[in-house]
Design a protein around this ligand. Structure first.
Ligand SMILES: [Fe+2]
Length: 446
């Protein structure tokens, strides 16, 4: 069944899709006929203000068996380790690194995608639609008769271990490690898993992800629009009398409402506001072919822009397999201090600047202006390496959530998860001075 899933391709297009069981389900010539084909209900999902300019205006029309409003009242429920309280613990500017976040065994604690959401860090304000959060999801069971939607922002989901079969109002998507998906604000979805499953989520409030501008790169390159995949319409007319739970994250808190039917009852839809997925293998990597480094922004897959030109509230950046060919250059990432906050995760393999310690399923946070760079061993090796063309990062995929916001770490992140690596700072302790005041040119290179 999983291999049967179909998608349509493109980024932010005006898509249209009908479940093939009901041909002609999309009304012709108008959005809101007095009676819709197949006696469906018409419902609009707005992802932008009605009045946004065309370039940013987002909405989709859903033709469904029952409208979403057909539910019992929402009630507050336990929200586990999901939080938007950025003042739980004192700020900490240190370099932080986490060992792989532990997934509970299903025999000890059953956890689905929703109660497996753990907030690691974030900043900003949900009510004013400005901010981000980084969550870790850890789960071992599927969501059954339960869906989730987020009133606060968009989820960019990065599975690291285990596949996600995601049912959405727009259709079904299979998202495997090394793929990502974006479920935008308000879209209902349910996650089926097949094993102990782990991944990362970048949540952005108030804006949507866009492809970065390419400037002098030209019309092609980085993440190409045609490689983004959108599900095709699929519905189920399934009755669950009083037993289907819709979970809503609203102003950072979780609420649940019961209804009698599956919410995946959309027979046809059209519009430019949809969930989508992307395979990171399709990223067309651009980098230096002469000397020095392009800044890591050259690896940006998606960006969530702030109102300040060129400044993202969050970028999703990857470090994919590629060739390293730069001449007379220290090839690993350079030492730096950045006004942005950098959360990094690893989907598979080893990260080039730190062979040890930074493991798949773990993470690191280098906060605003906190220094970081290659560890001592990496520096020694890369300084002496013979500079031939070489494959870099084969078999790996590290990524970064980079934000202009100064991120606060949660209590779960600093204490409760008990994955924090107390010895991280030591990886730089063996950096030693190579200063030779009487020898200007130790390599002899001109
Ligand atoms: Fe950095």
């Amino acid at each position: 069944m999983l291999a049967d899933l179909k998608y349509i391709s493109g980024f932010g297009n005006e898509f249209a899709s009908e479940d093939p069981r009901c041909p002609g389900a999309l009304p012709e010539g108008q959005n809101n006929p007095q009676i819709c084909p197949y006696n469906l209900y018409a419902e609009q999902l707005s992802g932008s203000a009605f009045t946004c300019p065309r370039s940013t205006n987002k909405r989709s029309w859903l033709y469904r068996i029952l409208p979403s409003v057909n539910h019992k009242p929402f009630e507050s429920i336990d929200q586990g380790h999901l939080t938007h309280n950025w003042d739980e613990v004192e700020p900490d500017p240190n370099q932080l690194r986490w060992k792989p976040f532990k997934i509970p065994k299903a025999s000890q604690k059953k956890m689905d995608f929703v109660n497996g959401l753990h907030t690691l860090c974030g900043a900003g304000d949900i009510r004013s639609n400005n901010g981000i959060a980084v969550h870790i999801f850890l789960c071992n069971i599927s969501m059954v008769n339960k869906c989730f939607y987020n009133s606060d922002g968009d989820f960019l989901i990065v599975p690291q271990l285990g596949k996600l079969l995601i049912y959405t109002e727009f259709g079904k998507m299979l998202v495997e490690p090394n793929e990502i998906c974006v479920i935008q604000r308000g879209m209902r979805f349910s996650v089926e898993v097949f094993e102990e499953t782990r991944g990362y989520i970048l949540e952005v409030y108030g804006v949507h992800f866009e492809l970065p501008d390419l400037g002098p790169i030209g019309a092609n390159g980085l993440a190409n629009p045609r490689d983004f995949l959108v599900p095709v319409a699929w519905y189920e007319d399934r009755q669950v009398p009083g037993g289907y739970t819709v979970v809503n994250k609203y102003q950072g808190k979780l609420f649940a409402a019961k209804q009698d039917v599956s919410p995946f009852n959309v027979v046809a839809w059209h519009g430019n506001y949809t969930p989508y997925k992307y395979n990171l293998e399709n990223f067309m990597v651009i980098n230096s072919v002469a000397f020095d480094h392009a800044d890591p922004s050259i690896f940006t897959v998606l960006t969530a822009k702030s109102l300040r030109p060129g400044v993202a509230i969050a970028d999703f950046v990857i470090f994919p397999p590629r060739w390293g060919v730069a001449d007379h250059t220290f090839r690993p990432p350079y030492y730096h201090r950045n006004c942005m906050s950098e959360f990094m995760g690893l989907i598979k393999g080893h990260y080039e600047a730190k062979k040890e310690g930074f493991q798949p399923g773990g993470g690191s946070l280098h906060s605003a202006m906190t220094p970081h760079g290659p560890d001592g061993d990496c520096f020694e090796k890369a300084s002496k390496a013979k500079l031939e063309p070489e494959r870099i990062a084969d078999g790996t995929m590290a990524f970064m959530f980079e934000s202009s916001l100064s991120l606060a770490v949660t209590k779960w992140g600093l204490k409760t998860c008990s994955c924090l690596d107390e010895n991280y700072y030591k990886c730089w302790e063996n950096l030693r001075s190579h200063f030779t005041p009487k020898l200007r040119n130790p390599t002899g290179h001109k």
